[in-house]
Design a protein around this ligand. Structure first.
Ligand code: OAD
Length: 251
């Protein structure tokens, strides 16, 4: 892929270099090339079940051990995972342009591991636990828990510090993401199926605010018809090309 293959996005490089704001929304697809499975699609399964069935408070209340087995499996995969060229490119872009907000639905921490700084984690983080009793919020161990479901020192069950279906997003996270979207001149939607609200509404908020909306996803999504441009390729193919173009322009 070369600069020309950025399509209409190439024409916006000077605007970004001139300080017009960029906002980016990422989903599980950007971490797929780090070996982390997505939620939907052919790899989006876990032991023959849809992973989404386990990401609810009802599933945790009914069977915390089963839900924790799923999260221990994800935490083990994450221990082997490294940021890929897509994550790294977003960190490079943040270093070159003056205004960028990265909103992610991912709970894997790979954007920060790649060096991104202005990150809004809409769905929390798998790297921390939260006590269902006293509410204490702590980093989880680097190794597997000796026993699942793990318990807090207060005796109550610990849960992953993530957002499940039907739960509120972390305080202020969506408001900050919506503000970044509505102020942005360019809004990139990377590696998400764009079916989970409220994250899926950010592209509309951005477009209403006047942003040019571009999707980077090898597959067709519901966003495509409303976007200004769709790059049907993987995040690790497109984002480094954009980072190169911005770095060249800034040199
Ligand atoms: P999905 O699994 O729904 O979608 C992943 C998207 O990534 C799909 O559209 C793929 O086509 C695309 N994709 C796959 N490989 C890619 C690549 N290399 N580069 C770019 N795109 C690629 O994941 P999300 O949209 O992130 O929420 O899912 C949203 C939310 O649903 C998750 O945050 C999670 C889940 O239930 C909660 O747990 C609350």
């Amino acid at each position: 892929m070369n600069g020309g293959e950025l399509g209409g996005l190439a024409a916006l490089v000077p605007d970004l270099l001139a300080g017009r704001p960029l906002a980016v929304l990422t989903g599980a697809g950007i971490s797929a090339e780090s070996g982390l499975p997505t939620f939907r699609g052919p790899d989006g399964m876990w032991e023959g079940r849809r992973a989404v069935e386990l990401t609810t408070p009802e599933a945790f209340a009914a069977n915390p051990k089963e839900v924790w087995r799923f999260y221990e499996w994800r935490r083990a995969k994450l221990r082997e995972a490294r940021p890929n060229a897509g994550h790294v490119a977003l960190a490079r872009i943040e270093n070159v342009i003056s205004r960028m907000t990265l909103v992610t639905q991912n709970v894997d921490g790979l954007h920060r591991a790649a060096g991104s700084r202005n990150v809004i984690e809409l769905h929390g983080t798998i790297l921390k636990t939260r006590c269902t009793g006293c509410g204490v919020n702590e980093p989880g161990p680097d190794a597997p828990f000796p026993e699942i479901p793990p318990r807090c020192a207060c005796g109550s069950l610990l849960r992953p510090d993530v957002v499940w279906f039907g739960e509120m997003l972390p305080e202020g996270a969506f408001e900050a993401a919506a503000e970044a979207a509505s102020e942005s001149a360019v809004f990139l939607v990377v590696g998400t199926s764009s079916v989970v609200a409220p994250a899926s509404s950010l592209a509309t908020i951005a477009a209403r605010g006047g942003a040019k909306v571009f999707e980077i996803n090898p597959m067709l999504t519901p966003l495509a018809s409303g976007a200004d441009g769709c790059l049907r390729a993987s995040a690790s193919a497109v984002l480094p090309v954009l980072a190169d173009a911005l770095e060249r322009g800034a040199a």
